[in-house]
Ligand binder design. Structure first.
Ligand code: ACM
Length: 259
């Protein structure tokens, strides 16, 4: 399966410009699936809910319809971070769109810093979703700061996710390294799609990557580039949870001692 990430610097408060750029960057790419950054169509550094409200959309809505058309016309699955409006609440959400246009969503559970003043905390369970290929490969969605809670990736792995699709707007320097450990401890692939550039006082760290279940960095962007990068992986590798003949990282857990 050819998978990868799109790394770019979204234009703040400019969904039309960002969607056009996404379409252009993807137009010449051959891939099965791509992960895009958190809040890829709106930008990130909103200071209040009122400021973000005009840019937040329902799911499905005009942005997901346009991304669905892109997925279907390219025959590619997409994971994209968007600002979701539901009634009076705004969620920092991520959507999965299958090659044939099926949509599912995740709402960021662990909000970072200022996000707590803007977004409602996610209220949907972590879930593994079927990509729709012949091997019944399963994906799990994570958003940025969810990474610092090992329970997030663990829950997705326990639910059967083989590829964790991690849409991010990272500002702290630790995540990319930590994701190698998250991949090893859960024996899953992890695609972190980060953004580049600056917004207000925030500087984003780029360095998007694809990591294997053994923690190898299979693919990496630098701090600044706007790019789409793709690598061939075998998701079946993530079904093997044995680290030695006698150690299975799922079966050997002792949850009765974890509290
Ligand atoms: C973050 O969660 N966007 C740092």
């Amino acid at each position: 399966m050819k998978v990868g990430f799109l790394q770019f610097a979204p234009e703040f408060k400019s969904p039309e410009i960002n969607l056009t750029k996404i379409e252009k960057l993807i137009s010449s790419i051959e891939a099965d699936g791509l992960v895009l950054p958190e809040l890829a169509t709106t930008g990130y550094a909103f200071e209040s809910k009122e400021e973000l409200l005009p840019f937040a959309e329902s799911i499905p809505g005009p942005t997901t319809e346009r991304l669905t058309k892109l997925a279907q016309s390219k025959g590619i699955w997409l994971v994209v971070g968007i600002a979701e409006r539901d009634g009076t609440a705004i969620y920092n959400s991520s959507i999965f769109i299958s090659k044939d246009g099926k949509l599912s969503k995740y709402r960021k559970i662990h909000l970072f810093d200022y996000e707590k003043l803007i977004f409602a905390p996610g209220n949907l369970f972590f879930q593994a979703v079927e990509v729709g290929d012949t091997q019944s490969t399963k994906l799990g969605l994570l958003i940025c700061f969810d990474w610092i809670f090992p329970e997030s990736a663990r829950t997705l792995a326990l639910k059967g996710a083989q590829i964790i699709c991690h849409s991010a707007n990272l500002v702290l320097p630790y995540c990319q390294l930590a994701m190698q450990t998250r991949a090893i401890e859960n024996r899953v692939f992890i695609i972190t799609a980060n953004r580049t550039g600056k917004e207000r006082t925030l500087k984003f760290t780029g360095n998007s990557q694809v990591v294997s279940p053994k923690g190898e960095v299979l693919l990496k962007a630098n701090t600044f580039e706007e790019c789409v990068k793709v690598v061939d992986i075998d998701p079946a590798q993530a079904l093997d949870k044995n680290i030695t003949a006698r150690n299975n990282i799922i079966i050997d857990r002792r949850p009765e001692f974890y509290f």
